[in-house]
Structure formats: C-alpha cells, structure tokens
Design a protein around this ligand. Sequence first.
Ligand code: AMP
Length: 578
Amino acid sequence: MENEQLLLEKLESSSWSPGEAQDKVLAEILEKNAATDYFNRHGLRAATKEVFRQRAPVIEYEDIKDEINRIADGEASTLLSANPITDMFTSSGTSGGAHKLFPKAEGHYAVSDYFFDLATALLNRDLPGLRTGKALYFLYVRSGRKTPGGLPAYPALTGYYNSPEFRNWLFDPSNDYTSPLEVILCTDSVQASYCHLLCGLIHARDVTKLGCFFASALVRSIRCLEAWWQELSRDIRTGTLSERVVDPACREAVEKILRPDPELANVIDEACLSGSLKGIVRKLWPSAKAIDTVVTGAMEQYVGEVDYLTDGLPIASMIYASSESFFGVNLKPLCDPSQISYMFLPETSYYEFLPVARSEEKASREEPVELVDVEQGHEYELVITTNAGLYRYRMGDVLRVEGFHNKAPLFSFVCRRNVLLSIDSDKTDEKELQTAVMNAFAALRNGVTSKEGEAIRLTDYTSYADLSSNPPHYVIYWELSSELHLEPEKAGECCYKMEESLSVVYHRGRMERSIGALELRLVTPGTFNRIADDAASRGGSVSQFKLPRCIKKNATRMLEIVESGVYQQYFSPRAPEY
Ligand code: AMP
C-alpha cells in the first residue's frame, strides 16, 4: 500500500516534467548506441537531440527488417544496438506473411512490472475494496522458437510471464492471483483455460477482479464455461481433477488447491443450467467489482460482450503497450470506455508524433513533434526510439490528444494507421469500418431476438475486399450471438446502412460503379473462435490474438475458415447518395 502510494506520487511528479524526462531518455540512448553500425551509417555518432532529429530517418518495419533478420541469423547486435540482443519478441503484426521480430530491450521486464504495478495502484486507489480480494487473470503463454541464429523468439507477454521479474511480482502478496504460476506457464491453451476457470471457481467467494490483457481473450476464456461448466462443477463437487488436464506441473499445482466443495458446485450448476451466459460473472464471482482488460482500439468491439457477461461491471482499460515498448496508463480506471485515454510515461522510451496528414501533399512535408509539443484535439501517429535498436520507428498507431494531466498529454487510441479496405480510390480504415458496422448493427438490433428470446449481440466481425467480382466489392462477415436468419429486406437495409456510413470517396465509387454493392455474410457462432484456435495451433499467442478486421487476399487459411461458417448472404439494394 505504501509502495502503491509512492508509485502514484512518482507518476504525478513525471506528469509535471515530461520534457526533461524525454530529453534524459534520448540522451542515454544516443550516448549508449553511438558506436552501432546504424548510427555510423546515418552520421549519428555524438549526435545531440537536434542532430538526431535532423538526420535519423523516420522508418517503418521494412526499413530495418534486414538488420533485425541478420541479428536473428546470428550477426552481432551492434548492427542496431549497443545492448547485446539475447532474445526476440514476435509481435501479432506480420511482415511478408511472417511474424515481425523485435529485439527485446534490456530491462523490458522491469518496465513491464512497473506498468502492471502502476495499473494495480490506480485501480486500488479508485476501488479500495479490490485490495482485500483475489484476482482471476486469464494469462497465457506460447511455446517459443529459435531464430536461425539460435536466439529464443516468443511473444512479449510470454517472455514476461516466464521471467524472474514476473515470478517475484506474482508472489508478492498484494498480487493475489487465483491461478498458480504452473497454470500461467502451461503452453497448452486449452488446458490453461480450463485450469484458470477452475482455480478462479475454487476461490469464487474471494475474487474481486477478473482480467486479461486484451478483451478478446477475456471473452473467449469466459465463454469456455458454456462447454465446460458441468466438468468444472464435477471437479469441484468431488475434489478430483478432470482427465483433460494432462500437463504434469499444472495437474500437481491445481490438485494442491482442489478440495470437495459441493455447496460451490451447486452454485455453479444453478448459475449455468439455463445455458445463458448473461451476467455469469456476477453469478459465479459475486464479490467481483471490476474487469481489468484493454477495450480500446480494435478491442472496443468487445465492450458489449464484456457487459453482457458481467452485467455491466466497470471495465478498467489500464495499459497501452506493444511488443516494442510500454507507452501509457489510464489515470481514470473507472471512466466510461468511450472516454479512455492514456498518459504516456516519459521515462520509458523517446516518443515523437507524426501529425496525421489529411492530404497526400501535406503528408510529405509533415515532421514529427515531441511529446511536449502535441496539441489538444490533433491526431498523430506514434514514432518511437527505444533502447532496443528502434530509432524513429513508426508504430502505425494513430492517437488523439484528448487533454493534459498537469503537463503530460493524454492520448486516446484512434486506430491503426493502415487502411483496411480499398478497391478504387476509397480507403476505409479500422475506425470507419467499425463505425459502419456499429451503425448498421444498432439499426438491426431493435426488436430482433434469438430463439431463446434474448436480445441479439454482434460477437465479432471482419471484412474482405472481394476483387474477383465485377465490379469488386466489400464483404463484411458478422458473427451474431445466435444463428439468426434475417428477413432479406431488413438484411439489405443493414448492408445499405454500412455503405451509408462509409466515406464520400466510397460513395462516389459506388455511384460510378467502380465499387459493387456491399455484401453481408453471416457466419455461425463459433466461427471466429476457430480462427483464434487455428492461430494458436500454429504457435500464435492466445492472449495477444486479435481477430484481423480485414482478411488479406493471401490469408487463404483464414478465409477458408470464415467461408466454411457462412450460412446466409445479403447485398445492399441500392447505392448510397453521393
Ligand atoms: P502486440 O505488439 O502484438 O502486442 O500489439 C501491440 C498493438 O496492440 C499496439 O501497437 C496497438 O495497436 C494495440 N494495443 C495495445 N494496447 C492497446 C490499447 N490499450 N488500446 C488500443 N490498442 C492497443
């Protein structure tokens, strides 16, 4: 508690002088890496901040892919970084069909600890009752691989959960998790999910918060109750662990805490018997006060699903981070999801912000500005310089300055820079697609119920630019909470509503017939889970998995899975007005 107070005071003091902290971080990076090949090539030896900002190019992954791959193949780290690069992180982004690789920074796990500690301190500050209870966190790891040069490569969170820093963190009595370390470190995600749920249920009466880094994995984990509740209840009733858990370390750790508890088993049966998961979190974990999970950016889509499962428990979206670095924390954990913003911690990496240009001509002239120079209401793409060999690297994340805490800017997450769908001169980004889908679903939802009489929910969606039709057209895949056959007229209006919400350039394309009518394809419930399962079976991270908002043409496997779930398709009946 005292420690939490100190952390909050440190956060407050960083917010008063972000400029000084940024200058210090950059000076250290410049001094330390002066002798690297990269600095040599760009004339950055002994560079001041001004020289660095003048000479170092603003780059993207493709610009340093070769150096990263050469280090991964066994060449010296000094190609990029003075710190010996001993491990690589695999991010959820891809480059040429393969995972992107990023060198792990020295001290990365200490930074992770710091951010998770801060998030806990902020949550405890605003919800004092949390501190006294246990936490059910769905944390997953993947088995790693070796690069051709023998460096271990794995997702950043997998590295952290396997680190001594996390071990200390987990065994700190103030982080009282329901799952033992052996469950967190189980590389079989099905067994890990089962054990997380079981351990969470064993301690059901004491759980005050549930969480997972991204909301998509949280929803997937809780939804496993649908298939497993009887087995879980039987385990708890009899005090014996299901045969499905075969990982020896996991079995041993879970068996240590499993005791027969028929009373609790009755509670589980009663809560799950109806078959509906509405409000299941409150029913099974009656003391839960908050859900700790990221619901901004691509995760915004899951707010409705989390609300459904928890009957509206507050959602705290605490951390903005990536494989490359940690960036910010949310100072108002209990704010409405639409109001979430993150304060960047100025001591971690050096940040610059590339103004998001509204025109091509302006784009070529824009220069990144420093953290202290961003302006309220403006949108920027994040550019980072880290102590792991990334210099002025474009993250591809677009952020908006919502205001300031003391002198530190607060950023909301707008979208990924990359355009999702484009057929002609139209360029639809993640945010535009999300708005179109949400508008259309809001119009459809009224009065539409499932067979069981429940309000229908949009579980998830993705899209595809079908360039094989004439003219090419957008295909939007929706997975509804139950298999529903829509009236063709209503479904057509839904397609129209999506088109209407898209950009004026799209509307022009439709009018000029360079873009065909938008198509909605409904897929059976569970289809998108199969994509996550498929990614996991090929070594992808479960906790970092995000359903791509657009399926690229060469992602044939993903497309096959989605197509195998399609049960109905509809087209927009007319072009939107231009
Ligand atoms: P990865 O490196 O695979 O973990 O992905 C990192 C990316 O996830 C970031 O660049 C963002 O696009 C996204 N991300 C991480 N945290 C957040 C957040 N709090 N809100 C929105 N998007 C996030």
